[in-house]
Design a protein around this ligand. Sequence first.
Ligand code: PLP
Length: 411
Amino acid sequence: PKRSREAAEGKTPGLRAGACRPGVRAAGSAAVRSVKTPTSPLSRRQWLLSSGATLAGLALSSRLLNFEAQAQQAAEPAASGPVRARLSLNENPFGPSPAALQAMTACLASGQACRYPFGEATELVALIAKKEGVTPEHIVLGAGSGELLEKVGLHFGLAGGEVIHATPGYVQLPRMLEAMGGRVVPVPVNARLEHDLDAMAAKVSGRNSVVYIANPNNPTGTVIEPGRLADFVREVSKRTCVFLDEAYLDIADRYAERTLVGLVNEERNLVVARTFSKIHGLAGLRIGYAVTSPKFAAVLRRYGGASLSFPGIVAATASLRDTGFIAAARGKIVAEREQFTALLRELGRPSAESQANFVFFQTGRPHAEVQAAMRREGVAIARTFPPLTDWARISVGTPEENALARAALRK
Ligand code: PLP
């Protein structure tokens, strides 16, 4: 849909800049619901909001679900033998905590899974709130953090808003926002393949925007120095919503210093997303969460979704309780990642400074050639990330998978 001038100028009641700031009325409010006839693109959006935005969003959402997996699948080269190491998706190949495994097995064995898991979700939210130092009202659960990214994209997109995001970067939120009629404003990463915060701040037009930052970034794996990012959030959130995606942050060094979830308590115009898909090793169970102001959390909950599974909830709860698990998992992932970076150094291939469970490196020839060559060796690497078409991303797998991939890279 085209954006109307009114929407572009942010004049629509309840849909303007700062919609995720506490105290500012958000999409879906009474003013929006009073619109009756869908005559212009904007009023069609309002009508969607009042009558079926949730359904429209969810229909699209189901197509975009497992977004990264879908994108990788679409980019797979034509069949060339079996995949022996799938290093195209960023997971924890060492699997979940034994406590999580036991909790989900017990859940299935005891027949609990035929029940709706309401009570367990309450307990999980309380645990998350305690861990993050916020109240349960600040937490929104999702079927993976991707669902929360999409809800925020849906919210700003329906309002004719815009997202300012790094490129190459993770585009689940921008894609949803654009599909809902919003505008995407890509900002190239800098020479070190890090977010260019100054350029991003300069793009904020002051209207209905969200600035999306994945820290660490995907596909580059780079992180932003915590003081610099905190200053950025404090400054930019005065003008517009900031979305910090901390999906990979547990894998980075100095986690406690790097997480900015505490800024939510300063009543910032901020959303921080976290997931159980990465370090917790629960990607297949689809569970994640957002931490934001209670006001915006309530807005996000109105978009529906969050149909979590019983095994997922009990596994996430057990994983959070297993306090030693994260450090152990991180150690194994980082040791394997370092073997990739050492090899790339030896081969003279530049790579980004990764703090995540993948490495982004310059191949020296077109990505498609490298992807196909690796695939012939049984190794699936990630799709290409324009505009860096001679760079490739490889995820950390099990030690056996990584050994196979290193041999293939050498070859
Ligand atoms: N954020 C980033 C930066 C990602 O790379 C991914 C997935 O790869 C996600 C969010 C979504 O993950 P999930 O929906 O499994 O939590």
